[in-house]
Design a binder for this molecule. Sequence first.
Ligand SMILES: Cc1cc2nc3c(=O)[nH]c(=O)nc-3n(C[C@H](O)[C@H](O)[C@H](O)COP(=O)(O)OP(=O)(O)OC[C@H]3O[C@@H](n4cnc5c(N)ncnc54)[C@H](O)[C@@H]3O)c2cc1C
Length: 425
Amino acid sequence: MTSSPLSATASDVASNTAADAAAAPQPSPAAAAPPFDFDVTIVGAGPVGLALAGWLARRSATRTLSVALLDARDPTRAQADPRAIAVSHGSRVLLESLLEPQRWPADACAIHRIHISQHGQFGRALIDRAEHGLSALGYVARYGSIVTALAEAVSPTPTQWFPSTSAHTPAQTPDAVSLPIIRAGTGERMLRTRILVHAEGGLFSEQTASPDTHRDYAQTALVGVVSVSRPQPHVAWERFTATGPLALLPLGGAGQTEFALVWCCAPAEAARRAALADAELLAELGQAFGERMGRFTQIHSRASFPLGLNALDTPVQGRIAAIGNAAQTLHPVAGQGLNLGLRDAYALAEALAQHGATPLALTSFAQRRTLDRRLTIHATDSLARLFTLNYPALGALRGLALTALECAPPVKTALARHMMFGQRR
Ligand SMILES: Cc1cc2nc3c(=O)[nH]c(=O)nc-3n(C[C@H](O)[C@H](O)[C@H](O)COP(=O)(O)OP(=O)(O)OC[C@H]3O[C@@H](n4cnc5c(N)ncnc54)[C@H](O)[C@@H]3O)c2cc1C
C-alpha cells in the first residue's frame, strides 16, 4: 500500500465542520465544537472492524448509512505484527465480496490438509480438502497482509476514517450513543452515533478482564517463522505436547519451506525458550515436533503472546455491540479467533441491512450469534485446557479421542465444518 487510508482521509475528516478545520493544534475541550454525527461508528480498524466497514459500504441497504471508523493505528503499522493467521475456507467465502482475487493477500498460502497428533502418544487425525470437495481448507496469511488488503478495500468507500482513539466510557440515551474521541493535534471532540460497535479487541495481555468470562491460561505462545529441510507443502500441523499445543502453518516461501510456528507453553518455559539461541531452540522444536518434515534449519521473526480467554456473555447492550476480539478473545489453538470475529462482523452487517441503525438490528445480531459464539468459545477453551493437562491416563484418552475422530467420518466432518464455517443461521 502506498499511502495510508487513515492519513489520506484525515483532511476529509478535518473538513467535517468549519470549526474543526480551524482547530488549533492545542487540545480543545470536547464541548468546543459540535459533535460529529454518524449512523454507525466502528471503534477499531483491525481486520474485524475493517471487514464490517467494507460489508456495510457494499450492501445497497446500508450504503445510505453514514459510517465512521476510528483507529489511531495506521494500517501500515500492522505489517510489523508477527502473527500468521489461518483464515478458514468459510471466511474466504465471506471475504470474497470484499476482496476480489487480485486483492486477496498476495502471501496467502493454501492449506490442503490438517494433521493433528500428540507428542509421545498414539492417535492422530487427518482432515483433507478432498474429503470436503474443496480446493483449500483455508489459507495462512500474515496479520499485516490481511489488514492491508481489507484497508484497501475500505479506503475507496464513503466510510470516514478518524485517526483517533475512543476515550472514556460511551454514554447511551434511548436515541443515540455519545463518546469523546481523541484526535492527534486537535484533542478531544464528541461523536454522536445511532449504533456504536466496539471492534478494538487487542491482545489478551492488553485487555481489562471481562466481567463475564475471564481465564488466564498461564500460557504464552512463542511465534516465529521456521524453515524445514523436507517440507510437506500446504499441510498445517497441530500437535499437542505435554507443555502445550504446537502448530506449524504453511507459509510457502522459496521451495515451500517456510512455516509459521505457534508454540504454547507456561510463561516461564516460554521465557526460557525465547532466550535460547536459534540453533538450540530449533533443536528443542525438532524434539517436540519429530522428523516428519526433516530438520528445522532456520527461525526468524520471533515474538511472544500471553494467552487467555476474555468473553462477553452477550455482545450487545442497547445501541452498543461488540465484535471480534472485543467480544471474545480466544486461545489460538485451532485458529478460530479471527474467523469467529469475521462471522460476527458479517452477521452484524446483515442485521443492520435488514433493520437499519436501530437497537432491533443489534438484538437480531445477538440472537444470530449466540450458538456460534458459545460453541466456538467452549471448544477452544476445552481444547486449550484438556490438551495441556499432563496426566499419563489423559494422554491415552486423548489418543483414543483422536483415533475415534479418524475412525468416525461423520464426527470428523462435523468438526471440520465447524472449524471452517462455524454455526451460521
Ligand atoms: C499468536 C496468535 C495466533 C493467532 N492465530 C489465529 C489463527 O490462526 N486464526 C484465527 O482466526 N485467529 C488467530 N488469532 C486471533 C486473531 O489474531 C484475532 O482474533 C484477531 O486479530 C481479532 O481481530 P480484531 O479486529 O477483533 O482485533 P485486533 O486485531 O486486535 O484489532 C483491533 C484494532 O483496534 C484498534 N484499537 C484499539 N484500541 C482502540 C481505541 N481505543 N480506539 C480506536 N481503535 C482502537 C487497534 O489499533 C487495532 O487496529 C491468533 C492470535 C494470536 C495471539
